[in-house]
Design a protein around this ligand. Structure first.
Ligand code: MLT
Length: 461
């Protein structure tokens, strides 16, 4: 059934290919060592059978393609997830509700653990609870920062944007890169994935300590709690933000880190880490570059824009506005602006990441006034956008909800929100980086033209 569903959706997970399943106690690296040679053969077979087939065209209608942000060009391999315009993201073939149902949760919790999601992204397989526990312990054990990185963060003025501090600290981790060392020592190409794996695990493990330190320096008392090796990754992150004893917030972090982890390869952060990694820059340098892209208002900063728009609306229409008042406000707003959080470069339906957060809100924050406003907007804005003919996709995306959930728990430091996205997105980017090196993917170097050259080429067609 699982294999059939994936085949229908056009994404085949490792599991669906029918590889013998992992031994229950295997570590992630042991499992990867088994899967990589088989995947290399699988890719060889795909290329042998389909190598000459045409996936799509880059049309003469360059306004849409070359001048239009390369939308729709099929030009990347991304193993961990595929985005369907109608139904949204599938992580290795599994939808978000399927992940919620199948991936191990923490004792007493219901949301999937991001550790489990990472295992799924890397292997295509659902891990056992024991394997997930092992990953939590391994990340906790790798989680401490080198002293000079702590000092580097502490030396940042608290007026430096949290994302700039984040990217700075991640870049500095390259000081201890296993891959950079192995490359300098002449490690054979077929073994590149091993130090890339070590660096990826170190990077992911250290992100809560970086994120926690930035948060405490900028918004708190500068004191960061130590990692508790008996707890999971999200609990440790929440604890460093001052929310270790808030079970709802810890669950929110588990959900948040899971759903923001990956959104196929073409989004700015994923594509950047892929591109920079293809130059054989190590995972720290690749991911720092990705974070700089995530820091853009059209990417990871978008949930702040959403909150800003909602606050502005609340100021104008007051608390508990009627639907009519909101409609009037939105119509007026659309005369000069774009309503943030609605529409998406690929999606043409409500983002399932929005739906997952909405369900979380219904369960944990139903009486939050902002939740009620977000709900009203959800029921009102798509119809207005449709009627106004303003959007190809009038439905909400992930950013339309995430800010509300954070504020509902009193986490109101909006400038910091993208850092949480950055912790999560590492899971997807690193799982691909491991596979990129395992499969020997080459340096990424697309062809470009000047506008004059395009004119010259097209005039001869
Ligand atoms: C993302 O999660 O990266 C955003 O939805 C943007 C995208 O997919 O292009």
């Amino acid at each position: 059934m699982f294999a059939l569903r994936n085949a229908v959706r056009g994404q085949t997970s490792v599991l669906a290919r029918g590889y013998a399943s992992a031994a229950k106690s295997q570590t992630l690296k042991e499992r990867l060592s088994e899967l990589i040679p088989r995947e290399i053969e699988n890719v060889k077979a795909i290329r042998k059978e389909h190598g000459n087939k045409v996936l799509g065209e880059v049309t003469v209608d360059m306004a849409r393609v070359t001048y239009g942000g390369m939308r729709g060009i099929k030009g990347m391999i991304w193993e961990a997830s595929v985005l369907d315009a109608e139904e949204g993201i599938r992580f290795r073939g599994l939808t978000i509700p399927e992940c919620q149902a199948k991936l191990p949760a923490a004792p007493g919790g219901t949301e999937p653990l991001p550790e489990a999601l990472f295992w799924l992204l890397v292997t295509g397989e659902v891990p056992t609870a024991e394997q997930v526990k092992g990953l939590s312990a391994e990340w906790a054990a790798r989680g401490e920062l080198p002293k000079f990185v702590e000092d580097l963060i502490d030396g940042c003025p608290n007026t430096l944007h949290p994302m700039s501090q984040f990217s700075l600290a991640v870049t500095a981790l390259n000081h201890d890169s296993s891959f950079a060392k192995a490359y300098a020592e002449g490690t054979p190409k077929k073994d590149y994935w091993k130090p890339i794996y070590e660096d990826s695990m170190d990077l992911i493990a250290k992100l809560p300590a970086i994120a926690g330190r930035i948060f405490q320096n900028v918004y708190g008392n500068g004191k960061v709690p130590a990692i508790d090796p008996s707890k999971d990754y999200s609990w440790n992150l929440a604890n460093m933000l001052g929310y270790g004893d808030n079970a709802g917030f810890v669950e929110l972090m588990r959900l948040y880190l899971t759903i923001h982890s990956d959104h196929e390869g073409g989004n700015v952060s994923a594509h950047t880490s892929h591109l920079v990694g293809s130059a054989l820059s190590d995972p720290f340098l690749s991911y720092a570059a990705a974070l700089n892209g995530l820091a853009g208002p059209l990417h990871g900063l978008a949930n702040q824009e959403v909150l800003r728009a909602i606050y502005k609306m609340r100021d104008a229409v007051g608390e508990n506005p009627t639907d009519e008042k909101i409609k009037e406000y939105v119509w007026d707003y659309l005369k000069t602006g774009v309503w943030p959080g609605f529409g998406h470069a690929v999606l043409r339906k409500t983002d399932p990441r929005y739906t997952a957060q909405r369900e979380f809100g219904l369960k944990h924050t139903p009486n939050d006034p902002m939740f009620k406003l977000v709900e009203q907007i959800y029921h009102i804005v798509p119809n207005i956008l449709l009627e106004a003919g303003k959007a190809k996709n009038p439905w909400p995306n992930v950013d339309a909800h995430s800010g509300q959930l954070l504020t509902a728990f009193g986490f109101t430091q909006q400038n910091y929100y993208t850092v949480l996205f950055g912790v999560s997105r590492a899971l997807g980017c690193m799982s691909q980086l491991i596979w990129s090196r395992a499969l020997g993917l080459p340096l990424e170097r697309p062809k470009s033209f000047s506008s004059e050259k395009i004119k010259e080429i097209c005039s001869k067609m």
